[in-house]
Design a protein around this ligand. Structure first.
Ligand code: ZN
Length: 99
């Protein structure tokens, strides 16, 4: 199997110095308490696709890159301002990394 360059993005918490092609890059943005459960906002990038913002914990949601603003608005309307702030921060990091 031939390794293709896949260096860590700035947001990756991992240590993937070789950057081999199978690496999933992962950066935890933060955790929020939602209804007594801990949910984690993470940026993930698998080898196959673009980086995306995910929410995990009792649920797993991958937020489409076109839907960050709407998800932040929905969470804010639902009173989940801590989680909304984390999603907004993750989206900003992704947007700036893509520039
Ligand atoms: Zn990495």
């Amino acid at each position: 199997m031939t390794a293709t360059p896949n260096p860590c993005p700035a947001w990756c918490d991992g240590d993937h110095p070789s950057g081999w092609s199978g690496v999933v890059h992962r950066g935890e943005i933060g955790r929020a308490n939602v209804g007594g459960e801990t949910v984690i906002v993470v940026i993930l990038k698998s080898p196959e696709g673009p980086a995306s913002v995910t929410i995990s914990g009792p649920v797993y949601v991958e937020i489409h890159n076109d839907d960050h603003d709407d998800m932040v608005r929905l969470l804010t309307l639902a009173g989940q301002t801590d989680l909304a702030a984390l999603v907004e921060r993750a989206a900003t990091i992704l947007r700036e990394a893509a520039l």
